[in-house]
Design a protein around this ligand. Structure first.
Ligand SMILES: [Ca+2]
Ligand SMILES: [Ca+2]
Ligand SMILES: [Ca+2]
Ligand SMILES: [Ca+2]
Length: 395
C-alpha cells in the first residue's frame, strides 16, 4: 500500500513543480481500484497518465505493478478542419503550397501588403474586411489630412490618376489581392493565403494601356512611407530603369520584401531580362508559375539563376470584380502566393525582416521535382517556411 500511495502522489503532482514536465502513459497490473479513485490519473482500467521527469520514469519502471511506461504520444487529425469558405475545395493551390498546415501556426494578422497593380475592388465581400486603412486620413472630407499629396486616400491611392481612390476597372489587382488575402473562414467565396492581412491597393497600372516608371516609383514610395512590409508587383516591363532600381534599393534598406512575377513570355530569364524581376537586389523575389503536378505553369518564364521560386499560378480561383469569383492563370498569381506567404510568416514573427522572410521561403522551398531545372529555389512550401522561421526565432 505504501508503494501505491507514492504512485498516487506522483500522479497528482502539479506540472508547475516539474522542471521538465512530461507525461507518461503507464500500464499497471494492480492498483486498478485505487487508480479509479484518483481523478485525472486513470484514463482506462489499468492505464494511467502520470506527469513527471526522467526520475519519475525510472521510478515507475522499477515498480513490479507496472507493465509498461511510454511517453504520452502526439496524434494529429488526418484531415484538417477546412475553412468554411464556399470554394475552398476548388483551391488546389493552397494544398499544393502546403498553406493549410501553416494556418495551424497563424491565420494571419496586421501585416500590410501593398498591391501595386490596377487597384482593388474595395467593395468585394471577400476583400472589404482586409483593406489597409490610412490612420492619418479622414474619409470623404475633400482634404489631404496627412499631407501626403493624396486627398481622402483612406484605403490606398491611385498613382495613375493622382487621386485617393485606387478603384480597379479591369480586375487584375482584385484577383491578385484575393490570392494574397481573401478573407478566410467567412463562409464566402475563397480563402486567401493570409486570412487577416492588410491589403494596401496602390494603383500603378491604368485600366487600359501601360503603367510607367513614374507610376511604379511613386507607388513604391507610397507603399514604403505607409508601412508596407511586403510589396507585390505582378507586372513586367522589358526595359531597365535606374529610377526603379533606386526605389527597390530603398525598399531593401527598409527591410521590405518585394515579390514580383517572373513574366508570362515563356522565356529564360537568365538570358532575357524583364523588370522588376531581373533587378539585382536582395529585396526582390521573382516568382515562376507552377501548375498541378509540379510542372512549369503555362507560358511562365523561368531561370535557374534569376528566378527564385515557383508557386502555383495555373487555374487559380480568386476574387473578381463586382463580388464575383473566377479562375486565372499567370505568374501574377504565383507572385501573389508568395506575397501572401510572406505576410503569413510575418504575422507569426512580427520582428522578421524582409530578408529573413525571403530566406525562410527560399530555404524551405521543395526540391527534387521537375522545376529543379527551372528555378533556383524550388517550389513554395508555406508550412515548411513557417516551421523554419518559428524554430529559428525560438533559438
Ligand atoms: Ca492623404
Ligand atoms: Ca481626407
Ligand atoms: Ca482613381
Ligand atoms: Ca472567404
Amino acid at each position: 500500500m505504501a508503494a501505491a500511495t507514492s504512485f498516487l502522489v506522483l500522479a497528482m503532482a502539479p506540472t508547475a513543480n516539474a522542471t521538465a514536465p512530461s507525461e507518461w502513459i503507464v500500464g499497471t497490473t494492480s492498483g486498478i481500484r485505487s487508480a479509479s479513485a484518483t481523478p485525472g490519473s486513470q484514463i482506462s482500467p489499468g492505464i494511467r497518465v502520470v506527469r513527471g521527469d526522467g526520475a519519475t520514469l525510472r521510478r515507475l519502471r522499477r515498480r513490479p505493478d507496472v507493465r509498461f511506461v511510454e511517453p504520452n504520444r502526439h496524434f494529429e487529425p488526418s484531415s484538417l478542419a477546412a475553412p468554411t469558405d464556399r470554394f475552398f475545395g476548388q483551391q488546389w493551390a493552397l494544398r499544393d503550397a502546403r498553406v493549410p498546415r501553416a494556418w495551424r501556426t497563424s491565420i494571419g494578422g496586421e501585416v500590410t501588403v501593398a498591391v501595386l497593380d490596377t487597384g482593388i475592388d474595395a467593395s468585394h465581400p471577400d476583400l472589404a474586411g482586409n483593406l489597409w486603412t490610412n490612420p492619418g486620413e479622414i474619409a470623404a472630407n475633400g482634404v489631404d489630412d496627412d499631407g501626403n499629396g493624396f486627398v481622402d486616400d483612406v484605403h490606398g491611392a491611385d498613382m495613375v490618376n493622382a487621386d485617393g481612390d485606387p478603384a480597379d476597372g479591369v480586375g487584375h489587382g482584385t484577383a491578385v489581392a484575393g490570392v494574397i488575402g481573401g478573407r478566410g473562414d467567412n463562409i464566402k467565396g475563397i480563402s486567401g493565403v493570409d486570412w487577416r492581412v492588410r491589403l494596401m491597393p496602390v494603383k500603378v497600372l491604368p485600366d487600359e494601356g501601360y503603367g510607367t516608371t513614374a507610376t511604379l516609383v511613386a507607388g513604391l514610395r507610397y507603399a514604403l512611407s505607409n508601412g508596407a512590409r511586403v510589396v507585390n508587383m505582378s507586372l513586367n516591363g522589358a526595359d531597365r530603369s535606374l529610377a526603379l532600381e533606386e526605389a527597390i534599393a530603398a525598399a531593401e534598406a527598409q527591410g521590405v520584401l518585394v515579390v514580383t512575377s517572373a513574366g508570362n513570355d515563356g522565356a529564360d530569364r537568365d538570358s532575357v531580362p524583364s523588370y522588376p524581376a531581373s533587378i539585382n537586389s536582395a529585396a526582390i523575389m521573382s516568382v515562376a508559375s507552377s501548375a498541378r503536378g509540379g510542372r512549369l505553369g503555362y507560358a511562365s518564364a523561368y531561370g535557374t539563376k534569376s528566378v527564385d521560386i515557383a508557386a502555383p499560378g495555373d487555374n487559380i480561383l480568386t476574387t473578381d470584380l463586382r463580388g464575383r469569383y473566377g479562375s486565372h492563370s499567370g505568374t501574377s498569381f504565383a507572385a501573389a502566393y508568395v506575397s501572401g506567404a510572406a505576410a503569413l510568416l510575418a504575422s507569426a514573427r512580427p520582428a522578421a525582416s524582409g530578408s529573413q522572410l525571403r530566406g525562410a521561403l527560399l530555404a524551405s522551398a521543395r526540391r527534387g521535382g521537375r522545376l529543379d531545372q527551372r528555378v533556383s529555389g524550388g517550389q513554395l512550401d508555406v508550412a515548411g517556411a513557417m516551421k523554419r522561421l518559428v524554430r529559428r526565432a525560438r533559438r
